[in-house]
Design a protein around this ligand. Structure first.
Ligand code: KG4
Ligand code: ZN
Length: 329
């Protein structure tokens, strides 16, 4: 079964052609980073316009890379939420038009579920598991009973982990997106020189990163940005500490033996390594998608779309975007 995946929930316009949920025939990601960089973050209106311009050409590019035409596509999977409403609508309208004109089934995909599914493209994690989805918009701890059956254990109460990376990078004048640049600069710094607070919210599996972000701001106000490497390293170490510790707490509370990492922040090497060490210490299996499957892409959308369509799920042409679609609802 060949599925065309479409992802336009934020600032990447992405298309993929995936066979049977795992075999990637084509994956195109048109990043809009250059458009948003000068504003220091994603400008929704500009993201929508860019999706509109980019989507049809990259569908053609993806099909040509896969050596296929539209008539070879067996189904269409599109991210329907959560995300920027206008951006989601561009992908959904295009997917609906293709579904109608080609007479092929349509699957509406939850973006968080797609991020989690990225773990099943290259490997076969044993379930149940606890998944940590950390991106620009989310820091979610999710109990994955089976693919399709989830319980949200904890969420961010304010900033998402990726958002905190982006905002701290902005404070340090490092540009956008912040995650990759903070990671790079942190390699030159001493993570123990500046001890930023670790917001654990004891007794809860929720996250809160706004206090940590404010602590970085106060440090910069007091001491300036001279020791930028140490600030980046100290901030990253505090964030990683919290993410790892709470994921292990969730795994223990749910009695699972498998951890799944997902989302753009899961590209972070410090997080990947720390989680690997701590999971090994506790005898847990850790799965992490390849870096290119962590940040937004359409392979994960087509992959989970295959599972949904194979199970007979169908979305109608009255499908609407759901900017705050909570997984499991
Ligand atoms: O999953 P994603 O591509 O988009 C959303 O669904 O939000 O995640 C983007 C986020 C950004 O906040 C970016 O700064 C962060 O992922 N990110 C990283 C790294 N690469 C991307 N954060 C930390 N370290 C990285 N290497
Ligand atoms: Zn994402």
């Amino acid at each position: 079964m060949i599925i065309l995946g479409i992802e336009t929930s934020c600032d990447e316009t992405a298309v993929a052609v995936v066979e049977d949920g795992r075999k990637v025939r084509a994956s195109i990601i048109a990043s809009q980073v250059d458009i948003h960089r000068k504003f220091g973050g994603v400008v929704p209106e500009l993201a929508c316009r860019a999706h509109l311009e980019l989507l049809c050409p990259i569908i053609e590019e993806g099909l040509s890379e896969a050596g296929l035409t539209l008539s070879n596509i067996d189904g269409i999977a599109v991210t329907a939420g959560p995300g920027l409403i206008g951006a989601l609508l561009i992908g959904i309208s295009t997917a609906k038009a293709l579904s109608f004109s080609l007479d092929r089934p349509l699957a509406a995909i939850n973006h968080i579920e797609a991020h989690l599914y990225a773990n099943f493209i290259e490997e076969e994690p044993v379930l149940p598991a606890v998944g940590l989805v950390v991106s620009g918009g989310h820091s979610d701890l999710i109990y994955v009973e089976t693919i399709g059956k989830y319980e949200v254990l904890g969420r961010t109460r304010d900033d998402a982990a990726g958002e905190a990376f982006d905002k701290v990078a902005k404070m340090l004048g490092l540009g956008y997106p912040g995650g990759p640049v903070i990671e790079k600069i942190a390699r030159e710094g001493n993570p123990e020189k500046i001890s930023f607070p670790r917001p654990y919210l004891l007794g809860s599996l929720d996250f809160s990163f706004s206090g940590l972000k404010t602590a970085v701001l106060y440090h910069i106000r007091k001491y300036g940005c001279e020791d930028v490497e140490d600030i980046a390293a100290g901030f990253q170490a505090a964030t990683v500490d919290v993410l790892v510790k709470k994921t292990l707490m969730a795994a223990e509370a749910m009695g699972v033996k498998t951890i799944l990492l997902a989302g753009g922040v899961a590209r972070n090497t410090a997080l990947r390594l720390r989680m690997e060490q701590e999971a090994a210490n506790k005898g847990l299996s850790l799965f992490r998608p390849s870096p290119e499957l962590c940040t937004d892409n359409a392979v994960m959308v087509a992959g989970i779309g295959f599972v949904k369509l194979r199970e007979g799920e169908r979305s109608s042409l009255s499908l609407e975007a759901s900017s705050d679609w909570v997984l499991g609802c």
